[in-house]
Design a protein around this ligand. Structure first.
Ligand code: ADP
Ligand code: MG
Length: 396
């Protein structure tokens, strides 16, 4: 269970990093029974999504706005950092305004503003963080610094709380996205212990690189996920990466190279060119259009690749869960959207509940940042206006 809720009427928590805080309604002694509700504005800009959300009490998402930059980066097959920063600058004001507007929240209704401080692209992080600081400074609000990876974990914790079936600790968290493939032990009061991580590519990065190699759009995960059920997952026998040292570490670069070798050995240039042409000609080809330019042999390749990624993720996650005697498993991050991964986790009949966030909370969003900030607010864990963006900020 989370830490105790801050009671109304208590003095404002200290440790606000030098910020002069205005008295907020939720800290004043209440003459009548008061609605004990706090609203946090979350801001996320660590990679290629500008997002803002208002979350009440760490569990009720009043609004969640995400502006994606797929259109900007799609043709490059990956995120271009300079373009990402520029797009964040364009989006940050309207996205925050929209999140406040849709939740009918005024800045004076907020208890705090939370922003992602890392890990991520520094130029991208700075846009959201600096905007959050400016709002805090102007309105005398406390700033809460959130680790993006902790945000992904809280996407699940938020929904489980909301559903009235909170995540039980110790939990095993598999955070799997375009930038991260990590296993954490999650202990009460949101303490974390790193159990394993990728030694090379992240799982989402492997999806994106394989997609690019085969002429599919960025991000690669969603399109491969849709196409994989049309192929045979046992057609191409990819071998499982054996790890020296920590057996809970992942590796995906060998798999990516195996796909490359397979492509080189199978004369696929014509179909790859056909897909690249489709990408140039149409703004957003439909799934049926992608299926039409993907022969059965390539569908088998995609199904086998996805099957290998899922096996790598689930086998190591289950081993980690067993090691810590986990009472639940959390899977989060963009790759946790994968339908094949969700189905495999269900059919594995693991002896503890496995929690996946709803798809909108799996990929980058700001509701998870506001949710992760809630226990920090209760603890009075505030950041100063000198909080720095950190590209490779570790969670544990
Ligand atoms: P970040 O990597 O910045 O933390 P996200 O959490 O938004 O970003 O995750 C994006 C990654 O998730 C991309 O690599 C994308 O290919 C991958 N992804 C998204 N949906 C799926 C899916 N259905 N199957 C597999 N991978 C997916
Ligand atoms: Mg992410």
């Amino acid at each position: 269970m989370g830490p105790a809720r801050l009671a109304l009427g208590e003095p404002r928590p200290s440790g606000s990093g030098g910020l002069q805080l205005n008295p907020r309604p939720w800290t004043t002694p209440a003459p009548y029974p008061t609605i004990n509700i706090v609203r946090i504005l979350g801001i996320e800009s660590s990679c290629d999504e500008t997002a803002a959300a208002v979350v009440e009490d760490g569990e009720t998402v009043l609004s969640s706005i995400v502006a994606s930059q797929f259109g900007t980066h799609g043709k490059y097959g990956g995120v271009v950092p300079e373009l990402a920063s520029r797009e964040h600058l364009r989006a940050i004001v309207p996205v925050v305004r929209e999140a406040l507007g849709r939740s009918a929240t005024r800045l004076e209704d907020l208890a705090a503003i939370a922003a992602t401080v890392g890990p991520g692209l520094v130029g991208s992080l700075l846009v959201g963080l600096t905007y959050a600081k400016a709002l805090c400074f102007a309105r005398g609000l406390p700033l809460i610094a959130v680790n993006h990876v902790e945000g992904h974990i809280h996407a699940v914790i938020l929904e489980a709380r909301r559903a009235g079936a909170p995540v039980e600790f110790p939990a095993l968290a598999l955070v799997v996205s375009g930038g991260h493939t990590h296993l954490f032990e999650v202990l009460p009061e949101f303490r974390y212990r790193l159990l394993g991580k990728t030694r090379d590519d992240a799982a989402g990065e492997a999806f994106d690189k394989v997609a690019k190699l085969l002429g599919f759009p960025y991000p690669g995960g969603p399109v491969i996920d849709r196409l994989a059920p049309h192929g045979n997952p046992r057609a191409v026998p990819f071998t499982f990466a054996k790890m020296k040292g920590n057996a809970l570490d992942f590796s995906f670069s060998g798999l990516k190279t195996a796909v490359l070798r397979w492509v080189q050995a199978h004369d696929m240039q014509a179909e790859i060119d056909a897909r690249r042409a489709l990408l140039r000609e149409r703004l957003q080809p439909s799934f049926e259009e992608w299926l039409a330019v993907t022969p059965p042999r390539t569908l088998d390749l995609l199904a086998s690749f996805q099957h290998a990624v899922i096996a790598e993720l689930l086998i190591r996650a289950a081993a980690a869960a067993e090691r810590i005697d986990a009472r639940s498993m959390i899977a989060s991050g963009g790759v946790a959207c994968n339908a094949g991964l969700r189905a495999a986790a269900r059919s594995a009949r693991l002896p503890y509940p496995v929690h996946f966030p709803s798809p909108g909370l799996s990929t980058d969003n700001a509701a998870m940042i506001a949710a992760a900030a809630f226990p920090k607010l209760e603890r009075g864990d505030f950041a100063g206006l000198d909080a720095a963006a950190e590209a490779s900020l570790a969670l544990a």
